[in-house]
Design a protein around this ligand. Structure first.
Ligand code: HEM
Length: 467
């Protein structure tokens, strides 16, 4: 069955290629493999083959050209724990398509009819600025406040409510998401995904996480159940209500995907995917501003000229803030938050480049290989906003900006993320100058934990009011 897989290093019978690389920095090893074996290569994680696709051309040919074939999701054990195999991240073809279509449309609708998504983001940005003001004069870690603000946006869309910073239920949900991502990106998560039964036998943080995930699921269930009992079908107020309406409309269709289990999973998919990623990106952005005070100053100058100090920034300002836009994109490129995207799985036996990748084989789209490709970027290895500026200082898109993945399974939160990053970043820099506790040269901006996702470093900083 595996005769015609792409080439790769010789695996050991039991452990595959696991002993040949540092699991914490797995994606760096995958990059080396692409140099040695080309744009498609195979590695073995114990007895599971994984095909790694690298380079813009190969990713385009597979994720887009052969989009249907490459569109499965590899629900590896840790992800399974959090999604229960349903929802948007479901593996089965028809199921995820319906859930994705519904989620995208509903996210968009909630941005139009009711309070717009931008209004919700602005409210959180204003609260965030107030919270930062209270920290003036002393060094503080912005991490929890950012997590809180970003998460409240998705909460107001999904649950129809925002939470206060101190709310114990909210704190517990956020802790769960935070630990989930930390473990997912750590060697423990990687090893758990390969040997779930074995790792389960040992004590460790993962047991706490599973307990927390169970509690989070219970909370989502209660919220959903309450809506099932009290929905006013004439005007669904939040994402859950829109879904419940669908469940009721389709109750006589035996093949429907709109059921209670799928609802719970989709709620959790959106909440977890929508919280950690965006807040980590803003956290990384502030760190980079402290490392590069010249860039911070130039962004502030641009904001001062276009927006001033008497009103809040809005997305309409985006076109007049080319440098700021370039900086935000460059933060994302530099951070490279999901070096192997979210693993895919083959939907059927597929021939590519003379090799045959069998059905169900796991595929890692190596986004890093595109985001750091010296042929595609002016300055791929450092933080340099020039990567997104043309000779006249205008913002310049680059097709190699693949931080959200490519094709049928690309991130469905991209539109929301663009609004969030812009409003949060500009509102913060309009009000504050960020300074580190050490001189910029001593700041390390390399994200940590590089096995699955990359997390920004934790740090304390000063937010100095600009007024
Ligand atoms: C900086 C922020 C974000 C980044 C960089 C990001 C990046 C990604 C990437 C790389 C993927 C996998 C693509 C693939 O496998 O081909 C993904 C999937 C996904 N993202 Fe995001 N994401 C972000 C924020 C969000 C937000 C705010 C939401 C929710 C509203 C979200 C929802 C999802 C979902 C549901 C999927 C799975 C899609 C599917 O399986 O079909 N993401 N994201």
């Amino acid at each position: 069955r595996f005769d015609r897989l792409p080439p790769g290093p010789a695996p050991n019978l039991l452990l595959g290629n696991l002993l040949q690389f540092n699991i914490k920095e797995a994606y760096k090893y995958y990059l080396e493999l692409s140099e040695k074996y080309g744009s498609v290569a195979t590695i073995w994680l114990a007895n599971t083959p994984v095909v790694i696709i690298s380079g813009y051309q190969a990713l385009k040919e597979t994720m887009i050209g052969l989009g249907e074939e490459f569109s499965g999701r590899a629900i590896y054990p840790l992800l399974m724990k959090s999604t229960y195999g349903y929802g948007v991240l479901s593996t089965s073809g028809h199921r995820w398509k319906e859930m994705r279509k519904f989620s995208l449309a509903t996210l968009k609708n909630f941005g139009m009819g009711r309070r717009s998504i931008e209004e919700r983001v602005k409210e959180e940005a204003e609260n965030l600025v107030e919270m930062f003001k209270k920290c003036e004069g002393s060094a503080f870690s912005p991490a929890d406040m950012l997590l809180n603000a970003v998460s409240n946006v998705i909460c107001s869309i999904v649950f129809g409510q925002r939470f206060e910073f101190e709310d114990p239920q909210f704190k517990s949900l956020l802790r769960t998401v935070n630990t989930y991502f930390a473990i997912l990106s750590s060697p423990l998560g990687q090893i758990y995904n390969i040997f779930p039964r074995l790792v389960s036998l040992f004590p460790g943080k993962h047991h706490e996480l599973f307990k927390d995930l169970e509690e989070a699921r219970e909370y989502c269930k209660c919220e959903a159940q309450a809506r099932m009992n009290s929905l006013d079908p004439s005007s669904p107020q939040d994402f859950i209500e829109a879904f419940v309406l669908k469940i009721k409309e389709e109750k006589d269709n035996p093949k429907t995907e709109y059921n209670f289990d799928n609802l719970i999973s989709v709620i959790w998919n959106l909440f977890s995917a929508g919280t950690e990623t965006t807040s980590s990106t803003v956290r990384h952005a502030l760190l980079l501003m402290m490392k590069h005070p010249d860039v911070q100053e130039r962004v502030q100058r641009e904001i001062d000229e276009v927006v001033g100090q008497d009103r809040w920034p809005s997305t309409e300002d985006r076109q007049n803030l080319p440098y700021t836009e370039a900086v935000i994109h460059e933060v994302q490129r530099h951070m490279d938050i999901a070096p192997i995207a979210v693993p895919h799985k083959m939907m059927c036996d597929t021939e590519y480049n003379g090799y045959v990748i069998p059905k169900d084989v796991m595929v890692f789209p190596l986004l890093s290989s595109v985001l750091k490709d010296p042929k595609l970027w002016k300055n791929p290895n450092c933080f340099d906003p020039e990567n997104f500026l043309d000779a006249d200082g205008r913002f310049q898109k680059n097709y190699a900006f693949v931080v959200f993945g490519m094709g049928k399974r690309a991130c469905l939160g991209e539109a929301l993320v663009r609004i969030e990053l812009f409003i949060f970043f500009t509102s913060l820099l309009q009000h504050f100058t960020f300074k580190a506790m050490v001189p910029p040269v001593e700041l390390d901006t390399t994200p940590t934990n590089c096995s699955f996702g990359r997390m920004p470093r934790t740090y304390e900083c000063y937010a100095i009011s600009r007024k």
